[in-house]
Design a protein around this ligand. Structure first.
Ligand SMILES: Cc1cc2nc3c(=O)[nH]c(=O)nc-3n(C[C@H](O)[C@H](O)[C@H](O)COP(=O)(O)OP(=O)(O)OC[C@H]3O[C@@H](n4cnc5c(N)ncnc54)[C@H](O)[C@@H]3O)c2cc1C
Length: 308
């Protein structure tokens, strides 16, 4: 077990590597055990230091953005968990429409910022409470658009060590909620988007606000969740299959299938990661038995005996 003391021996003055940090504060489901080691770097130099530190200790690294698509188990998560949220700078060129954002930049904040600058392209992203790095990794999307539509390239660093390099969109193997980053051990440092300049800021902001309003009316934004739990088995909708079985409101411990949207599992207050995991398995079995469809989780499950 890691000690609960902060490890202060890093040569970088403002970088702490903490032992025994509670991860539930770093996921939107508000569940998760403790990280053996945890750090929040503020720049590339600090990330590079952390990767070398983990390599020297021969421990794995786990990247956490806003934790809005993560179900982390209740047990101790071995290795070093690196949360990117403190790397959130961005630059915007209003004329060319180029947005460069660090990996920890908050997607809804960027969506509002570019709308106010009269740039079209990210109106769909306002309700996705993730970071840029997580959104690229997941190819996050809504309203018929997604990251892949607007991204030009990313800067990455190999988790096992090495120098930063660029990957352009065509090499990122994007598809529905999928990218190369789900297979390769790379950490996104920053992303470059090409947006549409010359729009009326009021109009773009209004569309952005309407998109958010639509979601808060139909999805349980008032409770901790990870968004859609299952990928849609296209052309079917996971939520509809679950709702048809009358499962809305079904609970295991503190985890419940949302009464507002059946593809959401919410933490009603005291849920454990295991409650949520059991509910996922329960839904899969019910849908498989009645519709013959195996639902695949969209949420990344970490620290369980499975690889999804
Ligand atoms: C209320 C709510 C609504 C949502 N609605 C949507 C929606 O409409 N559409 C949608 O697509 N998603 C939605 N989501 C899910 C989630 O917000 C997205 O998947 C988001 O892109 C995840 O970003 P994150 O920073 O939280 O990533 P995390 O959850 O922290 O991580 C997700 C994955 O990305 C990896 N990752 C994170 N950062 C990096 C990095 N810098 N480099 C490499 N890998 C990284 C992690 O290791 C992990 O595998 C919703 C979630 C919530 C809570």
């Amino acid at each position: 077990m890691a000690s609960n003391k902060t490890c202060s021996v890093t040569p970088l003055a403002s970088l702490n590597i903490e032992g025994g940090k509670t991860l539930s504060k770093f996921t939107t489901l508000r569940v998760g055990g403790i990280a053996q080691w945890f750090a929040e770097p503020k720049n590339i130099k600090e990330i590079q230091f952390l990767l070398l530190w983990a390599k020297a200790k021969k421990i794995p690294c786990q990247i956490i953005g806003a934790g809005s698509n993560l179900l982390i188990s209740d047990s101790e998560l071995k290795g070093l968990s690196i949360c990117t949220k403190k790397m959130h700078k961005n630059t915007l060129n209003i004329k060319s429409g180029i947005l460069e954002a660090e990996s920890g930049a908050h997607l809804p904040t960027l969506a509002r910022q570019v709308a106010q600058a009269g740039l079209g392209g990210l109106e769909w992203a306002v309700g996705i409470p993730g970071t840029v790095g997580g959104a690229v990794s997941m190819n996050a999307g809504a309203e018929g658009s997604c990251v892949a539509e607007w991204l030009q390239s990313i800067q990455v660093l190999p988790i096992n060590g090495g120098k930063p390099f660029e990957i352009v969109k065509k090499d990122l193997d994007f598809s529905y909620r999928h990218s190369l980053l789900q297979k390769e051990k790379l950490i996104v440092l920053s992303a470059r988007f090409l947006l549409e300049p010359g729009h009326n800021p009021k109009e773009i902001s209004e569309i952005t606000n309407q998109n958010l309003q639509k979601r808060t009316n139909s999805q349980p934004y008032h409770l901790p969740s990870c968004g859609s739990v299952f990928r849609n088995p296209e052309p079917l909708k996971a939520g509809r299959l679950i709702e048809e079985l009358g499962l809305k409101g079904h609970r295991i411990g503190g985890a419940a299938i949302s009464t507002r949207h059946a593809n959401f599992i919410v933490n009603t207050g005291q849920a454990t990661a295991n409650d949520i995991y059991q509910l996922i398995t329960f839904i899969q079995k019910k849908v498989q038995d009645s519709h013959g469809v195996l639902l695949h989780p969209e949420v990344k499950q970490v620290g369980f005996d499975i690889s999804d």
